[in-house]
Design a protein around this ligand. Structure first.
Ligand code: UDP
Length: 375
């Protein structure tokens, strides 16, 4: 067996693990079946408009983890960026996440923070103490009207099921604020890589001990080729889907070009189930420091993922959880393979968490190999 490490997937997980282990002296081979690095946070300059496009949908870097923030800033300049999302409902456009402006707009009122809080409390389902699903979570903190306008239809489109079948945790990502703060995120650090995520990942991968092989499909090593495998591909794919497919939602993007500014913000959501798309992304607003007259936009549609599609969001309903635990048991029994990242562990995780886990995984590997060398 040689001492080379194999990493499957050149996204954030693979790049960060590869870099950490290369710096520790290991030779690292990274394979990726796609023709580019950076996985689903891949960004590219649009040929026609010159705008930096988030090819697989909007990615905004935000974190409370100072070490992760410092880590990414070593490789790429992060421009100040605050994500502000709007949502269209009926004839109006409203501010998200739900804040004092949304409440006053929606109910045509001019409430102060404490008045709004009392008002929302009065219309919310205060009898729901421990929300068991996404619908109960929404009803318990914003009441039925705001839920119907902004969450019910959107969630049906996004997840393809009733909101009462989904875990409450999905909505815990979104706060409700009784002030005019419309920052989509509540983390201490937020920004956009100046030259895009692909440039960031390329810089992480730029190390003499890392060899990246694109358009190369993963084949299980025969046990002698590599010292260890870090696998960030789909967990079920590793086992050739032999006990079934884990459910994912995939996305379709309908590109269109507009002369000027189409919607005045990066992301416009559509709350109504009658509008088939979930949101429209106007990519140039992700890079406000650049000047572009022509705009590139993506209309985003969510649907069930088939084996030929790119998996985006793990569904994790009861059925998937049962299958997941069977695959996870098998994964634990694999020798010399570590399953990492969103696809490798079948979880809906943000970029900062992905990087944190990748750094920790690499450190654990180093600790472990160091200890076994001493034994
Ligand atoms: N959501 C919603 N309406 C919105 C935005 C979000 O109902 O206008 C719900 C939806 O179920 C979504 C979840 O909140 O999946 C998390 O939203 P987020 O914007 O964090 O999703 P992402 O950008 O990761 O797709």
């Amino acid at each position: 067996m040689n001492g080379t490490l194999l990493i499957v997937g050149a996204g954030l997980s693979g790049a960060v693990i590869g870099r950490t282990l290369a710096e520790a002296g290991y030779d690292v081979v990274i394979v990726d079946s796609r023709s580019h690095v950076a996985g689903n946070c891949h960004t590219v300059r649009d040929d026609e408009a010159g705008v930096l496009v988030h090819v697989y949908g909007p990615h905004i870097f935000h974190t409370n983890d100072r070490e992760v923030w410092d880590y990414v800033n070593q490789f790429e300049t992060f421009q100040a960026y605050t994500h502000r999302v709007k949502t269209t409902w009926g004839d109006g456009v409203y501010s998200l996440p739900i804040n004092l402006h949304t409440i006053n707009q929606f109910y045509n009122k001019a409430l102060r923070p404490n008045e709004a809080q009392a008002f929302i409390k009065k219309i919310s389902r205060t009898d729901i103490e421990e929300p068991k699903n996404l619908e109960e979570q929404a009803l318990s903190f914003i009441g039925p009207d705001l839920y119907a306008a902004f969450f019910e239809g959107y969630t049906r489109k996004q997840w393809g099921c009733n909101p009462d079948e989904l875990p409450a945790s999905i909505l815990k990502r979104l706060p409700v604020r009784f002030n005019y703060n419309d920052n989509y995120f509540f983390h201490a650090f937020q920004g956009m890589p100046k030259h895009g995520y692909t440039a960031l990942v390329e810089k992480i991968l730029d190390h003499p001990k890392i060899e990246v092989r694109l358009t190369e499909h993963f084949k299980k090593p025969d046990g002698t080729d590599f010292k260890h495998v870090f696998y960030s591909g789909p967990l079920d794919g590793y086992f050739n889907f032999d006990i079934g497919h884990l459910g994912y939602r995939t996305l379709d993007f309908e590109r269109f070009v507009y002369e000027g500014d189409f919607q005045g913000c990066a992301v416009m959501n559509f709350g109504s189930a009658d509008v088939p798309h979930t949101r429209i992304t106007e990519h140039k607003h992700f890079a406000p420091w650049e000047q572009h007259d022509v705009s590139v936009l993506y209309r985003e549609y969510s649907r069930a993922c088939t084996p030929d599609d790119i998996p985006y969001y793990p569904i994790r309903l009861v059925e998937e959880k049962a299958l997941l635990s069977r695959y996870a048991n098998r994964a634990h029994q694999e020798n010399n393979v570590t399953f990492v990242g969103r696809l490798g562990t079948y979880r809906y995780i943000d970029m900062d968490v992905t990087i944190r886990e990748a750094l920790d995984t690499a450190e654990m590997y180093l600790d472990f190999t160091e200890k076994s060398r001493k034994v």
